[in-house]
Design a protein around this ligand. Structure first.
Ligand SMILES: COCCOc1ccc2cc1OCC(=O)N(C)CCCNCc1c[nH]c3ncnc(c13)N2
Length: 281
């Protein structure tokens, strides 16, 4: 495809910008089309001035370096980036269904059925496992950072907080606390199993529609996280509770991502998903 042909370097003039897809902390994302090949991409445009003001230029460059090396079906491909005097342009794979968060909120009762929740949990576990094999911790897993493709597959995006496992940089607080694991709440050292904790929170939120430790104030949220106090609504099945409870454990006791991918609840729902697909045909 277009992006594999590196014989020419893309520049801004090779693209036509289309409708905006959303606004992030430091930039806007648009649909864009490469003029010669009509190839559609997501184009994230960052203002250099804003990066300098936010003192995040190093973090953004690290993120670009990390994401451009990762090639996995459930990780948003970063094709290329280029800049002019004022802006940085990042050409990315387009996820036509946008933020998973919107689909979660739009689902009946604001939550996914077990098959969908298990399918997405599997795909995120697979993407995280690949990241860990490449010495990358995502560290900022939440529905807002997950995108959905037109054929209903997850794409992990926005590696703003990802880090090489070698450098245990302290994560400055920003955004939701709901996903923080105990060892980060107590600002102890942490390793890539923080992503397992976040996967447990994510799976719970897929099934219930809100994260397990959500409270009216951050002190209560911290306390619930430290105590790992999780309440399951009646409709959450035993299989789902078993998986989530094996992820929401103190670090060192969490099951591995490979174990998540072969967990009975995941397997039984992938099978149901397959049966449904073939009966539908
Ligand atoms: C330094 O930045 C590195 C890359 O960060 C991103 C790459 C691509 C993104 C979003 C990224 O960061 C988060 C962000 O900007 N928002 C939350 C606002 C827009 C939300 N996306 C909307 C969206 C819809 N279909 C998409 N297909 C591909 N990428 C998308 C989107 N967004």
């Amino acid at each position: 495809e277009a992006y594999n042909n590196c014989s020419y370097v893309w520049s801004k003039d090779d693209f036509e910008l289309g409708t905006p897809l959303g606004k992030g902390k430091f930039g806007r994302v648009y649909i864009a089309r490469e003029k010669k090949t009509k190839f559609l991409v997501a184009m994230k445009i960052l203002f250099k001035s804003e990066l300098v003001k936010g003192r995040v230029e190093k973090q953004v460059l690290r993120e670009l370096e990390i994401q451009s090396r990762l090639k996995h079906p459930n990780i948003l491909r970063l094709f290329n980036w280029f800049y002019d005097d004022r802006k940085i342009y990042i050409a990315l794979e387009l996820a036509s269904e946008g933020e998973l968060y919107r689909h979660l909120k739009a689902s009946p009762h604001g939550r996914f059925n077990e098959r969908r929740a298990a399918k997405y949990t599997y795909q995120v576990a697979d993407a995280l496992h690949y990241c860990h094999l490449n010495n990358v911790i995502h560290r900022d897993l939440k529905p807002e950072n997950l995108l959905l493709t037109g054929d209903d597959n997850i794409k992990l995006a926005d590696f703003g907080w990802s880090a090489h496992t070698l450098s245990n940089k302290r994560k400055t607080m920003c955004g939701t606390l709901d996903y923080l694991p105990p060892e980060m709440v107590e600002s102890k050292s942490y390793d890539d199993t923080v992503d397992q904790w976040c996967l447990g929170v994510l799976c719970y939120e897929f099934l219930v529609g809100s994260p397990p430790f959500e409270s009216e104030d951050s002190e209560k949220t911290y306390a619930k996280i430290r105590r790992i106090e999780v309440h399951y609504p009646r409709y959450v099945t035993q299989g789902a509770r078993d998986l989530i409870s094996k992820l929401l454990k103190p670090n060192g006791l969490r099951i591995s991502l490979r174990e998540v991918m072969v967990h009975p609840w995941i397997k039984e729902n992938k099978k149901k998903q397959l049966d449904e697909t073939f009966t539908a045909v």
